[in-house]
Design a binder for this molecule. Structure first.
Ligand code: ADP
Length: 380
């Protein structure tokens, strides 16, 4: 059938083939074009032979070393770097040549002109016409600015954590006697106090308790960044069962049952895993359940990715709010009964990030929320 728009299909095909041929012919034999592309790239590109002798490089590499390509050819890393740096580079190169495998690294490197830059490098062996490894091609990107920004952010976060830690820890101390004394006054002098005085005391107690809960949650949030990964793995099922046991009263009041599936083992600090289950389950009890419901706790491992989830059948969370609820102090529909601080999910997010993972919420089929945390655990 002739193609009405483009003439005959054969003609259309021929012109496409012509186009491809044109592009190929302009690229294939055109070493000048290839050279132009290589020199336009802002990453350093260099080629070394089997003996670690430079055989070529691009313009970015010329600027980095401070020598023209013609001046670099024939030299080795020992001509450009200090002996220990050059030896390390050579040993990595040898490993690549022996294994035939690519190698990626991010590291601080002293430049030949005395500066230090943070390079993200990838090196790979290349093969000669005889099919044998003939040398190494390296591509390095200067990511010093990004690294410095990341380090500054990390330092600022550590300082903020230290500040939040001190403040929340120290402010808890005076709160305990405030609550204690107000309770003594209320209990001991109940008969002598009039209604407004009793109400004022109740206000002092409930506001102080709220503040105490906030301090406790802030302290947990500030502590997450400081914990190290333990060496022993935990049975997450045992932890989930212990958490559920500790919540027996709340579960009884809510008239729900909790079903715990087969959970994988995982290598994270016990206190953090307790926080994860406690927060997800308490939230499911507070916001996501009706009498008679079953809250399900599940988990799985796929290679080094371990995930846990808590599924409820409550009112759910509108799609546009699902990211925001992980922000610190974000509370959706805070009521007298829910008594939240808006810090719990932010802490879970920090735990996830601490272990290179993530946390998110999705809608439970049929309604409700399923909260997930995924962490990277290379211990198994
Ligand atoms: P808190 O519970 O202390 O307020 P969180 O950070 O744990 O703080 O939760 C933040 C908000 O997310 C809650 O105020 C609530 O609005 C919402 N939320 C959390 N879990 C659920 C859930 N299972 N179902 C519905 N909403 C939830």
């Amino acid at each position: 059938m002739p193609n009405k728009q483009n003439g005959s299909p054969k003609k259309a095909l021929t012109s496409e083939v012509d186009q491809v041929n044109n592009i190929e012919s302009s690229i294939t034999p055109n070493k000048g074009l290839l050279r132009c592309i290589i020199d336009t790239v802002s990453d350093l590109i260099y080629v070394k032979d089997l003996n670690g002798i430079y055989r070529g490089c691009n313009k970015a590499s010329e600027e980095f070393v401070g020598l023209k390509e013609s001046e670099q050819i024939g030299k080795s890393d020992f001509d450009f770097f200090e002996k220990n740096v050059a030896e390390e580079v050579r040993s990595i190169d040898k490993r690549i040549l022996d294994s035939g495998e690519e190698y990626s690294i991010e590291e601080w490197v002293p430049t030949p002109n005395g500066k230090r830059v943070f390079l993200e490098s990838k090196k790979a062996p290349f093969y000669g016409p005889d099919g044998k490894v003939a040398g190494i091609v390296g591509i390095s990107r200067d990511i010093t600015a990004r690294k410095q920004a990341e380090d500054a952010l990390k330092k600022a976060n550590q300082e903020l954590d230290a500040f939040a830690h001190t403040v929340s820890h120290d402010l808890r101390t005076p709160l305990t006697p405030i609550i204690g004394n107000a309770e003594v006054l209320r209990n001991r002098y109940r008969d002598q106090l009039d209604q407004p005085a009793l109400e004022a005391l109740n206000d002092i107690i409930s506001s102080s308790e709220e503040m105490l809960a906030m301090m406790k949650d802030l302290l947990s949030l500030a502590t997450v960044g400081q914990v190290a990964r333990p060496v022993t793995t935990l049975d997450a099922g045992d932890i989930a069962r212990a958490v559920v046991h500790s919540l027996t009263d709340q579960i009884t009041v809510a008239e729900v049952s909790i079903d715990i599936g087969d959970l994988p083992t995982v290598c994270v600090p016990r206190t953090l895993l307790i926080q994860v289950f406690e927060n997800f389950i308490v939230n499911a009890l507070k916001y996501g359940s009706n009498a008679g419901d079953t809250i399900y706790v599940g988990g799985k491992r796929k290679d080094d990715r371990v995930s846990f989830y808590v599924r409820d059948h409550g009112t759910g969370i509108p799609a546009e709010e699902r990211d925001r609820i992980f922000e610190v102090f974000y509370q959706q529909n805070e009521t007298e009964e829910t008594h939240g601080t808006g810090i719990g999910l932010a802490t879970i997010q920090k735990i996830a990030q601490r272990f290179d993972g993530r946390t998110w919420v999705e809608e439970t089929p049929g309604g409700g929320s399923t909260f997930w945390i995924e962490i990277i655990d290379v211990s198994v």
